[in-house]
Design a binder for this molecule. Structure first.
Ligand code: HSE
Length: 330
């Protein structure tokens, strides 16, 4: 990574089109981290929801945040405390362009603390915006360490299983953290993801604190068999193998306690034809893979109906896998 960052210093700025008060509007997608069995190492991006950043060049060095919408006032406008501005500032410092002045508007289009990679989507949108404004055509993976800084700030741990798929799109494996080694994985065409966000608060920081710190060898064997099975299923287009591999005996038994009627919802989703069902990231969102859009819609409708019945509001999303990652909206 160090080498790549160095490369930006010498190559990017030649194109630097900043200075004319230009602006850009960028979308970055929500992500499903862990993909049930791959705690901290697997994730994929979806088409919706996602967050948007509008970034404008100002005449004065430093970053300001003029507006945040969709957060119910929960996110800081202070650029020293907001993950988007902090990540972008780190990036600018690293390429020797702390002279640049930026104003950011952040439009949250998904719930915070939902387990859908909310902070990652915002951070990746911000980093992609500045990269595009600068005409930086180096590999997007250069942005990853800055996005991970944002995660560290948001939840106390710089995992990459949300930021990497938000940045690259598709299915991603974090093969190693030290050194960082990201592998992009294929996936079957036409796989639908049904997501339900039950409106209960599960902060990632806390959801990380409650998981077991030590595991038994026999459990580790089960878990890595499932991870290898899932990755093989993705390569082989084998939906049944994908389905039977998406089992988690390490984290889900603990985190599922924070999600109302988790096992009941699993039963319902599987009865309706889901390929698999589990917690999205650290929860409380849950997701199911389905072979077609109708099945995915039936699953979200049924689970939402169930949650309403126990007085819990919810948001639902049905999406194919987003293979593009962030995109410029204007
Ligand atoms: N892998 C992370 C976790 C994702 O499960 O804590 C957080 O969304």
């Amino acid at each position: 990574m160090e080498n790549n960052i160095q490369e930006i210093k010498t190559s990017t700025i030649k194109a630097s089109p900043l200075g004319g008060g230009g602006g850009i509007h960028v979308f970055a997608p929500a992500t499903v981290a862990n993909v049930v069995c791959g705690f901290d190492v697997l994730g994929f991006a979806v088409n919706e929801p996602g967050d948007e950043v509008i970034m404008r060049v100002t005449g004065k060095p430093g970053i300001t945040i003029s507006k945040i919408t969709g957060d119910d006032g929960r996110l800081p406008l202070d650029p020293a405390k907001n993950t988007v501005s902090v990540s972008v500032q780190h990036y600018l410092n690293s390429i020797g362009r702390a002279d640049i002045g930026l104003n950011i508007e952040l439009h949250k289009k998904m719930p915070i603390g939902s387990g859908l990679g909310s902070s990652s989507a915002s951070t990746v949108a911000g980093l992609f915006a500045i990269k595009t404004l600068l005409g930086d055509d180096t590999d997007p993976s250069n942005l990853l360490p800055f996005a991970m800084k944002g995660e560290e700030m948001a939840c106390g741990h710089g995992h990459a299983d949300n930021v990497a798929p938000a940045l690259f799109g598709g299915f991603v494996l974090v093969r190693s953290y030290e050194p960082l080694d990201i592998v992009r994985l294929p996936h079957p065409e036409g796989l639908y993801c049904a997501i339900v966000f039950p409106d209960v608060d599960v902060p990632t920081r806390e959801a990380r604190q409650i998981i077991r710190k030590n595991i038994q060898m026999k459990d580790a064997v089960t878990q890595w068999g499932n991870i290898a099975g899932l990755v093989s299923g993705l390569f082989m287009n084998d939906i049944d193998l994908i389905g039977r591999s998406m089992k988690d005996i390490l984290v889900e038994p603990v985190r599922s306690m924070l999600i109302p009627d988790f096992y009941k919802m699993r039963e319902m989703a599987m009865e309706l034809g889901a390929i698999s069902f589990g917690i999205s990231g650290s929860g409380p969102s849950v997701f199911a893979f389905a072979r077609d859009e109708d099945t995915a819609n039936r699953i979200t409708q049924r689970l939402q109906q169930h949650l309403t019945g126990i007085s819990i509001g919810s948001n639902t999303y049905v999406s194919t896998i987003n293979d593009k990652g962030p995109r410029v909206l204007g």
